[in-house]
Design a protein around this ligand. Sequence first.
Ligand code: LIP
Length: 272
Amino acid sequence: MTAPALTPELEARLLDTAVTAARAATDHACRNRHRRLEVAQGFAHDVKLSLDTECQKIAIEHILERFPDHAILAEESADTATATSPPPGFEWIIDPIDGTVNFSHALPFWCCSIAVRLAGRSVAGAVHAADFNELYTASQSGPALCNGKPLHVSDVPDLAHSLVLTGLDQKHNPRGERYGVFHAIADAIQKTRIIGVAALDLCRVAAGQAEGYFESGIYTWDIAAAGLIVERAGGRTETLAALGPHRWCFLATNGHMHDPLRKVVVEALGRG
Ligand code: LIP
C-alpha cells in the first residue's frame, strides 16, 4: 500500500488539528486541576491519573471528528507488550499529560504532546505547556515555533558549556546503568537537569535554552511531536537503540555537540 499524498493544505490542517486537540486536552486538565490526585493506577515511581485517560479521550475525539479513518497510538491505551510496525498511512501519537507526576504534585512542568506521523515519520506536532502559556509547533515543511515565534537551537559548540536535560529510567531499568550514564553526562558537561517532562525538555532544546536531551528509555508519545520540533529548529535527533514496543534510547541536541555527547552516552551504556 502506498502512503497517501501530503499536500501543503493537508499539512496545515493536520497541524491545526494537533493544536486544537492539545489545547482541548490541557484545558480539561486545567479546569479539573482540583482532581489532580485522583489516581487510576499507582506504581513505585510513576502514576496514572484519571485525568490522563479523560484528556486522552478528549484529544482523540477532536482528531477523529476531522480525520475519522486515521490510526491512533495513545499512551493510556497503547499496547506496550506487542511489537507492531507503524501503519502505512496517517497515525496520531498522543501523550495527554506528559509529566504526569509533576502535574499530580502541582508542579507546572507538564504538557500535552500530539504528533501525526505518515508511514512512521512525524509530519506535524504540537506541544502545549498550559501553565507556561507555551504552544510549540512544527510541521515537516514549516518552521518550529513557540506561540508563533520562530525557534532556533543554541550555538553552543562543546560539551563543556552545555546544559543537558535528562531523566532516570527507574520503572524499566532497575539495574543501575541509568546512574552510570547520568554520572558520565554530568562529568562531561556544564550541568544536567532532570525536569521530568520529555516533550517539554525537547522543546527547550529547540528554543536554545538547553543544548541536549537524553533518556535511556523513553516512549514514542514522549518524543514524536517534540523530536520534529527540535529538527525543524535546526537540531539533531537520534534513536540510539530500540528497546521494545514504542520504547527507545533517544538523544537530541543542538547538533554542534551531538557527536561528543553521543560518544559519552554510548561509552557509558557500553560499560553497563
Ligand atoms: C514521563 C516523561 C519523563 C520521563 C518519564 C515518563 P509521562 O512521561 O516525560 O521525562 O523521564 O519516564 O515517561 O509518563 O509523564 O507521560
